[in-house]
Design a protein around this ligand. Structure first.
Ligand code: NAD
Ligand code: UDP
Ligand code: UDP
Length: 350
């Protein structure tokens, strides 16, 4: 910010979006593990535009180079192919530790590797935070509450997780990652932040990663039946990616060290959600002049084992301590994401 001209200063490098010009004291060296994934790539965009130096560390298991390729070559940006299960050395001020597959088919594909990523990956990144005195933020999950017996879920709730079921590699992995995080805080005075993220959606979500929002939109756009698992009475609350990124950055830079839920409180049954998505996709198709001859159907498939019955974020803590509140409605978000996938389908990328 330049006082004389009363304006924000930007630095421009040919072919890249202008990024904010920060005084050295405010410019942070930031590591984003899992930065080539869905959430990571949006976080990287925001941190870059804010003028920080960003290094992405990713093994490209579920992420891809293309999500961040628009920054490759920028002097403030670095991309390293690395698996967090192995130690890693770098000098940084902040670490956003996201590396971990997040969709059920992906994290169940190799459950042992998922647990290793959560345990050893988080241990290594905490070791790095301890050595460099960097502040460490982990993206934990509403899955630490399991199939909850308390509704909506407050941060004080200890959860209800089946430790031997097919989801355990992810749920228990994140639970032990939180345990490690608070261990390093108590033992080694590492500055830690814990975000418990609820279902999040938006552009760049891997269209075939099996999560409900991407499945429904792609199915409806392609005129295929939408697949509701079980009777569809189970519930979720969905937040749009930009709201999550706001929350993560506020949490990292604020004083709250306890876990903070970041998610929507707008709860849908999955069957109602399917109908809402179908309506929005039809609206987009009409606008784009390629309406389908008939409505897509909604069919039912088997309910996955241990699928949580109800989930809604209780977000009083985020509102009070971060002054955070979602700005996007589910409708606006689904509309944006549908336009994004529709353009990809038209370009032949999907
Ligand atoms: P994603 O699968 O798109 O991204 C995960 C990224 O981590 C990918 O780029 C992947 O290649 C990378 N990765 C995985 N294992 C790795 C390893 N061993 N070493 C290095 N990189 C590795 O998932 P996402 O939705 O972007 O989720 C990001 C984080 O947010 C995860 O920690 C996830 O648990 C958490 N989260 C997401 C949601 C959601 O709804 N999207 C909800 C709760 C929590
Ligand atoms: N570590 C890392 N990068 C660093 C510092 C540590 O990857 O810059 C790893 C280290 O290899 C170890 C883990 O983090 O596996 C935990 O480190 P810590 O120093 O806490 O434990 P120790 O090395 O004493 O077991
Ligand atoms: N689901 C569904 N059809 C799909 C994919 C998922 O009905 O094609 C259901 C799933 O059973 C769950 C909810 O939608 O109840 C959310 O699933 P997702 O995998 O997106 O996230 P999570 O279960 O981790 O919340």
């Amino acid at each position: 910010y330049d006082k004389e001209s009363n304006s924000i200063q930007y630095s421009t490098v040919a072919h890249f979006p202008p990024v904010r010009l920060l005084p050295n004291a405010d410019r942070k060296r930031i590591l984003v593990t899992g930065g080539a994934g869905f959430v990571g790539s949006h976080l990287v965009d925001r941190l870059m535009l804010l003028g920080h130096e960003v290094t992405v560390l990713d093994n490209f298991f579920t992420g891809s180079r293309t999500t961040v390729s628009h920054w490759v070559g920028h002097p403030n940006f670095g991309l390293v192919r690395h698996d967090v299960v192995e130690p890693f050395m770098i000098e940084v001020d902040q670490i956003y530790h996201l590396a971990c597959p997040a969709s059920p088919p992906h994290y169940q594909y190799n459950p042992v590797k998922t647990v290793k990523t959560s345990f050893m990956g988080t241990l290594n990144m905490l070791g790095l935070a301890k050595r460099t005195k960097a502040r460490f933020l982990i993206t934990s999950t509403s899955e630490v509450y399991g199939d909850p017996e308390e509704h909506p879920q407050r941060e004080e709730y200890w959860g209800h997780v089946n430790c031997i079921g097919p989801r355990a590699c992810y749920d228990e992995g994140k639970r032990v990652a939180e345990t490690l995080t608070y261990g390093y805080m108590r033992q080694d005075n590492v500055e830690v932040r814990v975000a418990r993220i609820f279902n999040t959606f938006g552009p760049r979500m891997n269209p075939y990663d099996g999560r409900v929002v991407s499945n429904f939109i792609i199915q409806a756009l392609k005129g295929e039946d939408m697949t509701v698992y079980g009777d569809g009475k189970q519930t979720r609350s969905f937040q749009y990616i930009h709201d999550l990124v706001d929350g993560l950055i506020l949490l990292m830079n604020g004083p709250e060290t306890r876990p903070v839920n970041i998610g929507s409180s707008d709860e849908f049954t999955i069957i109602d959600f399917a109908e809402a998505v179908r309506d929005i996709v039809e609206e987009v198709q009409k606008e784009e002049g390629n309406s389908l001859a008939k409505r897509v159907g909604i069919i039912h498939k088997d309910m996955p084992v241990d699928d949580p019955q109800r989930r809604r974020a209780e977000t009083t803590r985020a509102k009070e301590t971060l002054k955070w509140a979602p700005q996007w409605t589910v409708r606006q978000g689904i509309y944006e994401m549908t336009k994004y996938y529709s353009a990809q389908i038209r370009s032949g990328a999907l």
